[in-house]
Design a protein around this ligand. Structure first.
Ligand SMILES: Cc1cc2nc3c(=O)[nH]c(=O)nc-3n(C[C@H](O)[C@H](O)[C@H](O)COP(=O)(O)O)c2cc1C
Ligand code: SF4
Ligand code: SF4
Length: 252
């Protein structure tokens, strides 16, 4: 079973590819949380696919790992998709599992277009395609390793704790505030997609337009990237010039 958390499809695509190559299924972590499914037993493969957020694990994945139990699974791994650096993500995951007396057999990473568009520019199709091609090549190697049930840490672009820990904690605390998100009411058509798809139910519709009811959210940027009218922005329009992105090889 390949479990994924994915806002813009990179992780879903990776999970689906691994599942197809290993004759397994890909399942959303959000669905597991909604169904209260935290015990994973007798699986031939148990894989977790997560994006990197601010050099660390997203909060939703952290909480899932803290609650979940693996029993009698033949091969277990965690894979981080990332745009530039996985930072301290693997160290964090390792620590959470260690506290529970559990561990993964292997850790992997796959590069994908960086969806943090307040900084990264995904408006250039050729650039995005080059990024995707690099990711596809890495994924091919990772799948070969998974089929061989290799053990160890094969993660790329890690950062030491003394470099990553402080900026990462600071960014995670400040950048996830929903006051950073806003809607352009002239563009919004009130389709409710943002409300329907938010993984943590942080959006409600007030009249025809979304409002963010929680002070913090995962800041997955799924609402910004999926909006059919590109009506959602981050910061004071920092993200507007950097385009929207959805992984082209899956449906999200
Ligand atoms: C809030 C946020 C923070 C991010 N932080 C990082 C980061 O620290 N390092 C990195 O390499 N990529 C970072 N990214 C990029 C994502 O990890 C990457 O694009 C990932 O493949 C997205 O996966 P998804 O399409 O499955 O949601 C960040 C993206 C978001 C939305
Ligand atoms: S997805 Fe976009 S257009 Fe649809 S309601 Fe949300 S902001 Fe408005
Ligand atoms: S409000 Fe938007 S950015 Fe925040 S968790 Fe929901 S979909 Fe993701």
């Amino acid at each position: 079973m390949i479990l994924y958390f994915s806002a813009t499809g990179n992780g879903k695509y990776i999970a689906e590819q691994i599942a197809a190559e290993t004759d397994d299924k890909a399942i959303s972590i959000v669905d597991c949380i909604r169904e209260g499914k935290y015990l994973f037993k007798d699986e031939k493969i148990l894989g977790i696919i997560t994006p990197t957020y601010f050099w660390r694990l997203p909060r939703i994945v952290t909480e899932f790992l803290e609650k979940f139990t693996i029993e009698n699974c033949k091969y277990t791994f965690l894979l981080a998709s990332y745009g530039t650096s996985t930072g301290q993500l693997v160290a964090m995951a390792r620590e959470i599992l260690k506290r529970k007396g559990q561990k993964f057999d292997a850790y992997y990473s796959v590069i994908m277009p960086d969806t943090w568009t307040p900084i990264f520019n995904l408006s250039n199709k050729e650039r995005v395609e080059r990024w995707l091609n690099k990711g596809k090549a890495q994924l091919k190697t990772v799948i070969e390793n998974i089929k061989l049930k290799r053990c160890g840490d094969f993660t790329k672009k890690k950062l030491p704790k003394f470099v990553a820990a402080l900026p990462s904690a600071f960014m995670y605390a400040t950048e996830r505030k929903t006051k950073n998100l806003s809607v352009n009411k002239d563009l919004c058509i009130g389709c409710k997609l943002c409300e329907k798809k938010c993984p943590v139910g942080a959006i409600i519709m007030e009249g025809e337009h979304p409002v963010w009811k929680d002070e913090e959210c995962e800041m997955c940027l799924g609402c910004l990237h999926r909006c059919p009218k590109f009506a959602i922005s981050y910061g004071s329009g920092r993200s507007n010039k950097h385009g929207q992105y959805k992984n082209p090889y899956t449906k999200i």
